[in-house]
Design a protein around this ligand. Sequence first.
Ligand code: ADP
Length: 710
Amino acid sequence: MHQRRRIVLLFGLGIVLPSLLLSYLAFRGIQNDRALVEKDRLEGIRRAADNVALAVDAGIAAVEQALSDAVAGRSGSLAADLRPALEKLVAENPLIEQLFEVRPSQELRFPIANFLYVGDGAREADNSPIAGTNQPAEFLAAQMLEFRDNDLTGALAAYRRLQGRTRDTRLSAMILNAVARVQKKSGLAHEAASTYEMILRDHGPAVIPGGMPLGPSAALEICGLTRELGDFPRSLRTALSLYHSLVRREWDVEKAEFELFAGRVKDHIKALFSDPPSGIDLQAFRTEFDALAVEEDISRKRTERMIVFQEGAVPALEAKTRVADREAPGQPFVRSTLEIGDVSYLVTIERPSPAGLDPMDGVWGVILDAGRLQADVLRPALLDLFASGEATWAVIGKDNAVLMSSGDPFAGPAALRTDFASNFPGWTLEFHQTPPRLIKTFLLSRRGLYFFIFLLIAGILVFGLILTIRSVSHELELARMKSDFVSTVSHEFRSPLTSIRQLAEMLQSGRVPSEERRQRYYDVLLEQSERLALLTDNILGLAKIEAGRAAFAFDRIDISALLSEVVTAIQDRVRHEGFAIGLEAEAALPPLAADLTAMAQALTNLIDNAVKYSGDSRKVSVRAFLDGEDIAIAVRDFGIGIKKEDVPRLFERFFRGGDELTRTVKGSGLGLTLVKEIVEAHQGKIHVESEPGKGSVFTIRLPLPPREEP
Ligand code: ADP
C-alpha cells in the first residue's frame, strides 16, 4: 500500500506541480490579455467620443459658414435686400434657433424674428408729425365738439368733412376711427361696425401717434358691436380671426398691448362659447380656439426667451469675445454658452474684424437650438458610433442633469468623460463600458482559447492520474499475488516431496511391519506424486496459454468415458480418506469435440477442488447431462463454500479465496484460471453457485459440435 502512496506522490510532484505552475502562468496570461482588451476597448471609446465631438463641431461650423455666406458683402446690414437671404438661411438650417445682429450702437436686434410681441417700449415709435399742419387743427376742432361739447352730430359732420379733404392716410385712419367712435356713441351700431370693418381692412397696421395699431382695437369693437346686434357668428368669427392675427404676429405690438388685446379677445370668445344661441355648432370654433391657445403658449415662451436675450446678451457677449481674443485668437466665430438669469443659450457670433469695425456694419450671430443640436447631430453621431453596444452613454448638462442617454442602465462606474472642444456646447459626454457579453467575447477571444487548452490539459492530467493509479495498483496486486504464489508453490512442492521421500525410505529399508501398512504407504505415495503432477501440469498449462503457445487438438471424445476415468483416478487417490465421489452421467451423451488432455485436466481440477474444499464432508457428486445444445458437467461438493465477495475473482490468476491467515488447504490459485481458459478455448462457459458452509457447484457447459448431416 505504501508503495502506491509513493507512486501517487511521485506523480503529484512530477506532473501535478508543473501543471499547477502551468495553470498559474495561463491564468496570468489570461489576465494580461484581459487588461489589454480593456485598454483597447477604452481606446476605441475615446476615439469614438472624439468623433462625436467632431461631428457636433462640424454641424456648428456648417451653420457658421452658411451665416457668413448669407451676410457676406453686405453694406448696411439693415438693407432690406438681406432679408430673403437670411430667411432662406434660417429655413435651411434647423439648428438655428434665432438669428441676431449686434449693431455698432450695441443694440441687439432680431432681423427676421417673428415674435409674439416686442418688449415694452421697444417698438420703433413713429412720432413723425402728420403731414399738413392745418388738418390736425381741424381735427382738434372736431374732437372739441365731440368731447367738450358732446355734440355728436356736429362732431360726426366735422370728421366727415375733414375726411373728404385729407390725402394723408394716417390722418384718414385716425379720422375713420373717430367717426366709428362717434357712430357707436350715437347708437348707430350698424354703421359703427361697418366703419370699424373699413379701418380693419384698410388701416389695420396704422399706428396712431404715440399709440398702438388701430387694427386690433377696431376688431375688438366689431366683436362687441356685432354681439350687441345679435350677430353671433360674425362676432365669433371676427374674434377668432383677431386672435389668429395676434398669435400669428400680424400686428406689431408691444407686450402690454398684446396682453391687453389677447386677454380681451379671449374673454370675448369664452363669453360667446358659454352662451351660444341655439342651432349653432361650436365644435369647429372650439377646436380652432384651442389650437391657437397652444400656439400662443409656445410662441410666448420663445418670445420671452428672446426678450431676455435681447436685454441681457450684449455685455455677456462682449466679455466672451474678449476672453476668446485672448485664448483662441484668429477664429472667425466666438462660440459660447450664455447664462442670462437662469436661461441658457448656445451662441456663436462673428468676431468683429480687427481692422476696425465699419460703423455701418454690425456683427451677426446665431442662437443655436440646443434641442435640435442634440436630436439632429449629437444623437445620430452617438448612435452611429456606439451601435455595437460596447458602451452606454449619456450627455450631461448643467447641474449634472442627464440631457440624453443611450437608455440602458449604467453598468459600473463611468469609463470615460469628455467635454467638447473649448467646452462648447457646455455638455459632458459620459461613457460606461458595458461588461463584455460573456459567451460571445469569451468564446471568440484568445482568453477563451487559453482556457480551453488549460481545461484540456487538466482533463488529460486527471485522466492520466486515474489510469496510472489503476495500472499501478493492478501491477502491485499482481506482484503480491506472484510472491504469494512462489511461497505457496514451493511449499506445495516441498511437502509432498518430503513425504514421498520419507515413505520411500521406509519402504526401502524394509522397516514397514505389515502388508496392510505398506499398502497404505503406496496409496499415499501415489496420491502425493499425482498431486505434484497435477500442480506441474497446471503451471505448465497456464504458462503455455499465457505465452500463447497452447495448441489444442480437437478430437471427438466421449465425455462419459473421460469423466469416469478422471473420477476413478481421483477416487482411488482419496479413497483412504473416506471420500465417495459419485458419478452420474446420462446414457448416450453425444460425442464432444475437445482436446482430451486439456479437458481431463480441467475436470481433474474441478473435482480435485471439490475434494480439497470439502471440509468435514466426504461426499462429492459429478453429473453430466444434456442441456439444450450443450453438454453440462456439474461438480458439487458439500464443503466450506465460497464467500460471496470472492466469487467474481475466483478465476483470476493466483487468486486464493477465504482468509489468508486461517487458510489450511494448500493451493496455487492457478487451478480455476486454467479451467476457465480451457473451457473458453472450447467455446464453453463456467458458472459457480455456492453458499458458505453448505458447498459449491461448478458447472461447465460445452457446446456440441454441429450435427453432421448423413
Ligand atoms: P487453489 O489452488 O487455491 O485451489 P484454484 O484456482 O483452484 O486455486 O481455486 C481458487 C480458489 O477458489 C481457492 O483458493 C478456493 O478458495 C476457491 N475454491 C475453488 N473451488 C472451491 C470449492 N469447490 N469450494 C470452495 N472453495 C473453492
